[in-house]
Structures are given as structure tokens and as C-alpha cells.
Design a protein around this ligand. Sequence first.
Ligand code: SF4
Length: 83
Amino acid sequence: MMVPDPWKAAQAAKRVAKAVVKSQPLLVSQAVVDARQRACRACDRYLPNSGQCGVCTCVISLKSQLTTESCPHPEGGKWPVCS
Ligand code: SF4
């Protein structure tokens, strides 16, 4: 497992805290989770042995559930746009 980047983890926690303060929903629907995880499994940056994103080091099973997260792929977001 790649050690999660502490700076990026702190930034993610900050985004979650902001959403909580604003009473915004934190979790996306299961359909969105599934679509995001499908995109990750097909991604060249996905680390299948650890289930992490090779760009941000986040654990995809968690990251894909949060409204505050987005795909950091350097060629542009790979996650589907879901409302
Ligand atoms: S770059 Fe995006 S699609 Fe690829 S593993 Fe990371 S979050 Fe998933």
C-alpha cells in the first residue's frame, strides 16, 4: 500500500469539514459510487493491489463515496459527471 500523502489527506478532511459546516450532503448515491469505481478500475493510475489512486494516494473505496472528492487525473477528470 502506498502511504497516503498527509497534505492531500488534510486537504480532503478540510473539504469534508467545510461541507459539514454548510450542512451539505457528504455521500453520493450508490449509482455514482459504482460509476466512479468503474472509471477507477479502468484508469491507468489505479493501483489495484492497494485499491488506491496513484495520483492522490486516496483509497478509492472511500474517496468514491464523498461529494467533496473529484478525480485528480492529470489529463482531466476520469469520473463521470453525475448530478
Ligand atoms: S486518477 Fe481518477 S480515475 Fe484514476 S484512479 Fe485516481 S480517482 Fe480514479
